[in-house]
Design a protein around this ligand. Structure first.
Ligand code: UDP
Ligand code: MG
Length: 354
């Protein structure tokens, strides 16, 4: 049985050697491969990963042409993983490798998905814990898919769960939602999430909020419908107010002071309309990006992978591959393109789909 471990990496030079040591220690009794997806690192990470692939052929590497984001990197790793079970974890040791054997044991009991759940969130600010709790509650209320609170992207999947995930190729990816949407048999395993071993988070507040919004828009059309409810309530209130004004004007001697309420209502309504327009605009923009059907990522280099057996959809895979017969280029249609010795530039063969 082969265990694949998919690790998205962005500027984690300090943690990778520690992570590899701990993986090797923990997985002595398991056949494993680890797939690092370098998501456009700009520090010493690329060199460290390259050396690791030379020393140990169980260490595999996919390199993106630029930063495509954590979710795209996880997607690429799952696309290339060959294991009977596939784990996804952070490179920063917040997800302890020592939990993998227990996750594997649950997988062997027949679970398709094993999800470690954070019981304590050491080193996370109270603000982050509070907002995260609120977000899970709000999203579960709005979406049909039920997210499990305090479960992140650290998970283990069976091969068939990976095949199922691969078939969801949407552009705006929210893995936790995708996994919940599949509805496969899932085991929850409580664990204590530690602080980062080194370095700093790649998810500052603004990026976190954007990610949360992707979660909402990918799995719920509720924000588009809020304006219907708000519109009903506000126009109802406006109508009642109108009745009162008419009553006061016709049957009493009270003068109805108008301008303050007009200004207040005007502000409230314009604000609501702009908000609703903004939400609609955002869904339209996402629709537009989806319709363009662009690839999810561009791989420019792969190390320690055998010749790919199948083509991956909605992805560009252009990489050098060192084979016993020399260096070759593979294009995304799985054509093998010999590199002409004299020419340093890449020339597609006639008929090849580059
Ligand atoms: N990461 C990535 N691309 C990105 C951002 C993050 O590959 O654009 C990786 C990062 O190296 C780490 C994992 O995704 O292995 C989770 O990121 P991080 O630890 O910064 O997030 P946090 O745990 O603080 O939410
Ligand atoms: Mg982290």
């Amino acid at each position: 049985m082969l265990l694949s471990i998919v690790i998205p990496v962005l500027n984690e030079a300090q943690t990778i050697p520690l992570l590899l040591d701990r993986l090797r220690d923990t997985l002595r009794e398991v056949t494993w491969e680890v797939i690092f997806v370098d998501d456009g690192s700009t520090d010493e990470t690329p060199g460290i990963l390259e050396r690791a692939t030379v020393k140990d052929e169980r260490v595999k590497l996919l390199r993106f042409s630029r930063n495509f984001g954590h979710q795209a990197a996880v997607t690429a790793g799952l696309d290339f993983a060959n294991g009977d079970a596939v784990a996804v974890m952070d490179a920063d040791l917040q997800d302890p490798p020592e939990l993998l054997p227990r996750m594997l044991a649950l997988f062997q009991q027949g679970y398709d998905i094993v999800s470690p759940q954070r019981t304590s969130r050491e080193a996370e600010t109270r603000f982050k814990r509070w907002t995260s709790k609120l977000f899970y509650r709000v999203l579960s209320g709005m979406a049909d898919t039920q997210l499990i609170p305090d479960v992140g992207d650290f998970r283990l999947f069976s091969r068939r769960a990976v095949l199922a995930i691969r078939s969801l190729r949407e552009q705006h990816r929210y893995m936790r939602g995708i996994v919940a949407w599949l509805g496969l048999k899932e085991a929850i395993l409580p664990f204590e999430r530690k602080a980062r071993a080194a370095g700093k988070t790649n998810y500052p507040l603004l990026k976190m909020l954007r990610f949360a919004w992707t979660g909402v828009t990918s799995f719920s059309a509720f924000p588009l419908r809020i304006s219907i409810a708000a519109g009903c309530i506000l126009s109802g209130a406006g109508f009642v107010y109108l009745l009162r004004a008419v009553y006061l004007a016709l049957w009493t001697t009270t003068l109805v002071p108008g301008w303050a309420s007009v200004v207040a209502l005007q502000c409230a309504f314009s604000g609501m309309i702009l908000l609703a327009l903004g939400a609609i605009g955002d869904y339209v923009a996402r629709n537009y990006e989806e319709v363009k059907n662009r690839p999810l990522y561009v791989v420019t280099e792969a190390r320690n992978f055998p010749l790919p057996q199948r083509s991956v959809s909605r992805a560009v895979i252009l990489y050098d591959l060192a084979t016993p017969s020399g260096r070759v280029l593979i294009d995304d249609a799985q054509h093998t393109l010999p590199i002409p010795a004299a020419s340093p530039s890449y020339q597609p063969l006639p008929g090849a789909r580059a």
